[in-house]
Write a protein that binds this ligand. Structure first.
Ligand code: PSV
Ligand code: MN
Length: 399
């Protein structure tokens, strides 16, 4: 059945002028990092619903991430958040990850949990708190060294709630000083990925509120600093794919935190709200990798695709599998855009033809392709079903 579906798909894509071997090669190279924190219990400020199978330790979170990788073949690394994932011995955690078939990916310093950070971390008016925050950033560089991680992923909850609460330019300077001190501590092989967010937990201003601020900070630091785009961290209606294209063109796009938003930073399953946006993001990435100059292609090759989700009511592991599969689907569709047809339409000013060339790829059903690829890689054809058959509704996984 799959074979027939695949044969039909293959014929259709050949007719559309698509080189499927190239598409498959690119899809095989896709790697998506899962976040340790998405496997633990989470909720809203109203309620955290407890799951009986929630991981109890960083080791168990890595086990969950490894299971997602075994079922999808797409997630060979897992991001950690410190101190949420603090362990006495990071080389032991690293070996544990290897023993279950994954590796530790980005290290995320957590500068928003401690009471001292109420008025900010690296932009706190108290110099002692700022020093504590910077020390934590430097500790995380050491942890990255121990775990063999290349990326330090930085998000600051720093901001203010009321006009006049903080000296905005002074805070900008403190932010840059902290980033600078951390930047100097990086090994040459390491990167700093700077994430922005326009609100929450602060409601009046956020010290790194948008991509422009993160970009500016990264430019001043140097080549090892890039911007991280969390898809949930934009105002309604923002053209995220344009930001992506712009940052790639400046060699400053370092990675993503994929998730979906409906109203705010809802951290929903990737592709559950606006799969077209996800597709268009990949469309810009593929476009840059095909017609960009060498440095741009290198930037694209080094994009860290990471998930950042916080599931409230859904079982975590299947929710993560769904997200990862949706990313793969979005990418696969973007690879099916006929670039020649699109370029001709753009050059001719054919608005509808250009829009059609892009949308047509989005409308292709890529399930025969990804199923066939899974079969070729010895993976379950339907990872969601494989999980369900083995673990039921996802609440009995660990017991
Ligand atoms: C903040 O909303 C964020 O997107 C940052 O990436 C954090 O590290 C993560 O969520 C977990 O709180
Ligand atoms: Mn994020």
């Amino acid at each position: 059945m799959t074979d027939r579906a695949y044969a039909w798909f293959e014929e259709k894509q050949r007719d559309r002028g698509i080189n499927l071997e190239e598409v498959k090669g690119r899809l095989r190279a896709l790697q998506i990092e899962t976040p340790s924190w998405a496997f633990g219990d989470a909720g809203t400020r109203f309620k955290v619903f407890r799951h009986s199978d929630a991981p109890r330790t960083p080791y168990e979170k890595i086990d969950d991430a490894a299971l997602v990788h075994r079922l999808t073949g797409l997630c060979p690394s897992v991001a950690i958040h410190i101190p949420w994932d603090h362990v006495e011995d990071y080389s032991k955690l690293t070996r544990h990850a290897e023993s279950v078939g994954v590796r530790i990916g980005a290290v995320n310093p957590n500068l928003f949990q401690d009471d001292e950070y109420m008025l900010g971390s690296v932009t706190n008016p108290d110099a002692a708190v700022r020093r504590k925050a910077i020390t934590h950033l430097l500790d995380c560089v050491d942890i990255a060294r121990e775990t063999g991680s290349k990326d330090l992923s930085l998000w600051f909850a720093d901001g203010t709630n009321y006009p006049g609460q903080g000296h905005l330019r002074q805070r900008k300077a403190w932010m840059q000083e902290a980033l600078q001190e951390m930047y100097h501590a990086l090994d040459p092989s390491m990167r700093m990925l700077i994430e922005y967010k326009f609100f929450e937990p602060a409601f009046y201003h956020t010290d790194l509120a948008d991509w422009g601020m993160a970009y500016n900070a990264a430019i001043k630091l140097g080549d090892q600093a890039q911007v991280l785009v969390d898809t949930g961290h934009h105002a309604q209606g923002t053209n995220v794919e344009h930001i992506v294209a712009y940052l790639i063109d400046e060699n400053k796009l370092g990675g993503f935190h994929f998730n979906s938003r409906k109203y705010a930073d809802d951290d929903l399953i990737v592709g559950s709200m606006n799969p077209y946006e996800l597709f268009l993001i990949f469309h810009e990435i593929v476009s840059a990798s095909l017609d960009g100059e060498a440095s741009i292609r290198e930037t694209v090759d080094n994009i860290a695709y990471m998930i950042d989700q916080s599931h409230n009511i859904e079982p975590k592991i299947p929710a993560m599998i769904r997200s990862v599969l949706n990313v793969q689907t979005g990418y696969a569709k973007a690879l099916l855009v006929n670039r020649e047809v699109l370029a001709e339409a753009q050059a001719a000013g054919d608005v509808l033809g250009a829009e059609e060339a892009v949308r047509q790829a989005f409308e292709c059903d890529v399930s025969p392709l990804v199923k066939m690829m899974r079969e070729e890689q010895g993976l379950p054809q339907d990872p969601m079903r494989a999980y369900k058959e083995r673990y039921g509704d996802g609440t009995m996984y660990r017991v």
